[in-house]
Ligand binder design. Structure first.
Ligand SMILES: [Mn+2]
Length: 351
């Protein structure tokens, strides 16, 4: 059995790229022969988005793709009622405390979102795991490994259903198919047998979700899993430090980075930082040519030509180069360039 696992689509009426991502997920699931697609919560950004989008999704969730098993997340926990029709191929597991789905000897325990783990829920999950020799737990949670709230696409630092690795080891499900973590794909081995999978959001919702998005294809029989790159909207950022005399190299590197992404469904930005020997207008022109199709930030670079030509800086540079007891010479040089350009600007140093 093959499962394509994803989570945190955050479908929104005003963001059509989220709907396109859903279609892409179903397409790739079919292409790769997945028997099931699991969604670990937050299909919708809000209850209201779920209400508005439901009729439109019915067709998508009744089409050619595989069966879909989903759970509510913290954003759409109240969106699902039994009398609603979401499409013929999707099941949203809302039954409390959880429900069990069996697929040819493999069980998926689907836990709808709740705030906390209680003792009685802990015990019930332990006993359901003991009952099945091969199983996965589908849940929306905050794993205890020091992520920041931004990583989960949340503005406040609230831990939604916090769970420890220790607890997951004790339950002993073979797979934990999780959701809530947006930043990137993250697959952890918890002990010998247990795999914890955060697929990351399949479409970028903010500037903390960078790079091509992924979904995870799990082959239950072979025990192997594969991160699949999705053809969905993403954001990406290239932040580079430029040093005097290395402008051309840097601009060339940036150009390659931009060319690799332009043409994708993406928003990209380039942030050059540091000091250049070239005239600013000249450097800016080079950058603009290399960055066509990307957003370019002009805030963090400047020319330090007068400093580089100053006899005091030359003496400093000579002495710096001759020292072998300084670890980060580049950082020291940056500081000197910065300090001396301020002094020159304030006429505290004669040019
Ligand atoms: Mn989310």
């Amino acid at each position: 059995m093959r499962i394509l696992h994803t989570s945190d689509l955050h479908l929104r009426e005003d963001r059509p790229e989220t709907i396109r991502a859903l279609k892409e997920l179903l397409r790739i699931a079919s292409e790769r022969g997945a028997d099931l697609m699991t969604i670990g919560g937050d299909i919708f950004h809000s209850k209201e988005d779920a209400e508005v989008l439901r009729p439109k999704l019915r067709e998508i969730f009744s089409g050619d793709g595989p069966e879909v098993l989903a759970i509510p997340g913290n954003h759409d926990a109240d969106a699902y009622r039994e009398d609603l029709n979401w499409g013929s191929k999707i099941t949203v597991a809302t039954e409390e405390p959880f429900s069990t789905f069996e697929y040819e000897g493999f069980a998926i325990i689907a836990l709808p979102f709740k705030d906390e783990l209680t003792t009685s829920l802990y015990d019930r999950l332990q006993s359901v795991s003991d009952k099945h020799s091969k199983s996965a737990l589908l849940l929306h949670c905050t794993l205890d490994i020091g992520y920041s709230s931004e990583d989960f696409g949340e503005e406040e630092s609230v831990s939604y259903f916090p769970v420890t690795r220790e607890t997951l080891r004790e339950w002993g499900f073979d797979y934990v198919l999780a959701g809530h973590f947006h930043r990137n794909q993250s697959i952890l081995k918890l002990g010998e047998e247990i795999k914890f999978i955060y697929p990351g959001s399949p479409v970028s919702h903010s500037w903390s979700e960078l790079g091509k998005r992924k979904a995870v294809l799990v082959d239950v029989e072979s025990g192997e899993e594969e991160g699949l790159s999705l053809d969905t909207f993403y954001r990406d950022e290239c932040e580079k430090v430029v040093r005097p005399g290395e402008e051309e190299e840097l601009v060339e590197e940036i150009g390659v980075w931009v060319d690799e992404r332009v043409g994708d469904d993406c928003e990209i930005r380039v942030i050059p930082r540091g000091h250049v020997r070239l005239d600013e207008k000249e450097f800016t022109k080079m950058l603009e040519e290399a960055c066509e199709g990307a957003e370019l930030t002009h805030e963090f670079y400047r020319s330090v030509k007068p400093v580089l030509n100053h006899p005091l800086f030359r003496r400093f540079k000579e002495s710096l180069d001759s020292r072998d007891d300084i670890d980060d010479k580049e950082a020291v040089e940056e500081m000197a360039l910065d300090a001396m350009s301020r002094l020159l600007a304030n006429r505290e140093l004669r040019s």
